[in-house]
Unconditional design. Structure first.
Lengths: 339, 339
DNA sequence: TTGAAAGCGTTACCAG
DNA sequence: CTGGTAACGCTTTCAA
């Protein structure tokens, strides 16, 4: 029997309308009655019912957030960014993990719609999936994070994945590497991985290095995935001297395997990552990687969503944040003797 | 103008009550009308309004989750566990980050109450804070995760932090260490850190090693915090040969500092962590640490909460999960020569 | 400055 | 098996 504004009204001897006014800080309430109401609220231990308010105002004061895996620090960081921004606007976030499944994302979106979130910030597995089209044609505002801007009519905040991949692979080439492989995330789970692999191939190509299909492996975007994939790549001949990994987890997993085989990094093999999670600089060897501003990505995404909600921004907006190549020491000059 | 069950009713030529029945899978609807209603729903693009339903049923089908920092993989894992369990029950989770602040936790709880979450799973900074008492006396069910069972009337899922700390410190002692320091999280931000430090002190004491206040430093539960604290501990004389860290992040940060000073691990100094985040086994050197079942913690916490919600469980329940000492190679025998 | 009353979109009880 | 209708707890005109 949680009390309602009706109870408060009775105690304070005013109408529910007045109670509602003081609750909403409407200026048109005399200080005296205002105090009476406040006292009455104390008295009966009233707790505002946001659900009732939402039904009446058609505003849930909540946004939905969907990430592939909250356990990936990149997504944890951006979720934190979204959350901080949303909270500062008085909004809550309702969170969903998709485990890199478009189907799950679709389901989560449906639930969010029913719960009447005012907007969604999400990182989807495949921006070209049909449910994204459906979402686009619904009137629910949403902002994509990290995804590839294949569709110019979608709001999104991301980095230039193609360019970033190109740059880090070029770094390997400048170090003298010619036999460069890649461990990518499954393309159907991460359009970022697909595009990074394109940047990778383009870079090889433009430097006169022919790409071999067996030098690229798709795997899970995890330590374990990297570890497994590296075992396979170690069998390739002629041996690879540099590996570009779709994310830092994979890179660290690959390093684990290499080390277990008794090989040295970067002496025998150079490893490049992607994301620059905090751990990358504490790892041994420190990981050469692409920095992307994860927390900022979340903040910018939320900011864009709220601008759309407030009508401050109209058409689709595509924000490309800066990335940067972070040179550390998991990549070194190719070992000429070995070549 | 999203359509309502009223619109659906009109199209299908039935009453809203009937529409509601098919929406809720009530068996008492003739297949024919059921089909008509379903078709009508398609036709007008009806989306169920969960807010209205919540107001009517007084069930939000949502639980609140509060973590100190979603960017800590331990909490990310348990959040995932909570989420998976909640989703399987048809529930959503609304997430809040407290940044280890009791005040923020308190505020988040208030928002959650207004949003009428049906229960809360949280890791609080200080279980003895006043707001927890208030929460206890409200009728909102909640389950604490990771916290110290100082209050037997609270529902919680945790491990035996005291014992775990004791065990890992004893491991160091068995390796011959006598000069053992500790880097702990700030006690007012983490009651776990406080209790771990008690286990640490007790272990020293019972092994006839006197504890010196300057051998224990409180810091942030981050890489950076560990890095900083270790710089200070390196100045202590006689030098410490083993360091017990409140979590793996701190441990890795400490290792970074030690390595920068040109010292070897575990040759010169042994480092023990706590948590066994996945990274711990990929790190170099692999971290000796205490494993705690983070994902399982979340699952168990959610499970307990739902049991309370369904009335299946009555009184306060305190579940102590198993931890285990994971011996890797960041801790080794003390260097006798150095002693 | 305040009150009365009509919604907001469901559910659920009571009839039929 | 189906319909009518009063809640659910709040907001928001419209009047006074």
């Amino acid at each position: 029997m949680p009390s309602t504004i009706r109870d408060v009204a009775k105690i304070a001897e005013v109408s529910v309308a007045t109670v509602s006014r003081v609750l909403n800080r409407s200026a048109t309430v005399k200080e005296g009655t205002r105090q009476r109401v406040l006292k009455a609220i104390e008295e009966c231990g009233f707790t505002y019912n946001a659900i009732a308010r939402s039904l009446s105002t058609r505003k849930s004061v909540t946004i939905g957030v969907i990430v592939p895996a909250i356990t990936n620090p990149v997504f944890a960081q951006s979720t934190k960014g979204i959350q901080d921004f949303a909270n500062s606007c008085g909004y809550s976030i309702i969170l969903g993990n998709s485990d890199y499944s478009s189907k799950m994302e679709d389901q989560l979106v449906e639930v969010f719609k029913e719960k009447r979130v005012e907007g969604i910030v999400l990182t989807c597995s495949d921006i070209r999936h049909e449910y994204i089209q459906r979402l686009k044609h619904s009137k629910l505002p949403f902002v994509l994070l990290y995804n590839i801007p294949f569709d110019k009519e979608l709001n999104l905040v991301t980095i230039d994945n193609y360019k970033a991949a190109y740059e880090i692979v070029e770094h390997l080439i400048h170090l003298g590497h010619r036999r460069i492989g890649m461990i990518a995330g499954y393309f159907n789970m991460s359009d970022r991985s697909l595009v990074r692999s394109q940047g990778f191939k383009a870079c090889l190509n433009e430097h006169g290095i022919s790409f071999q299909q067996r030098d690229l492996i798709e795997t899970d975007l995890t330590f374990e995935g990297g570890k497994r994939a590296m075992k396979t790549l170690l069998e390739v001949t002629p041996p690879l001297t540099g590996i570009f990994c779709s994310n830092d987890f994979i890179g660290m997993g690959a390093i684990k395997t290499i080390r277990e085989k008794g090989l040295r990094i970067p002496g025998d093999i150079s490893i490049a990552g992607f994301d620059d999670i905090e751990m990358a600089s504490y790892f041994y060897p420190e990981l050469t990687t692409i920095h992307q501003p994860a927390y900022q990505m979340g903040v910018k995404g939320a900011e864009l969503l709220f601008k759309i909600l407030s009508g401050e921004v109209e058409g689709p907006r595509q924000i490309i944040l800066d990335h940067s190549l972070i040179v550390r020491n998991s990549c070194g000059p190719v070992n000429q003797l070995k070549q």
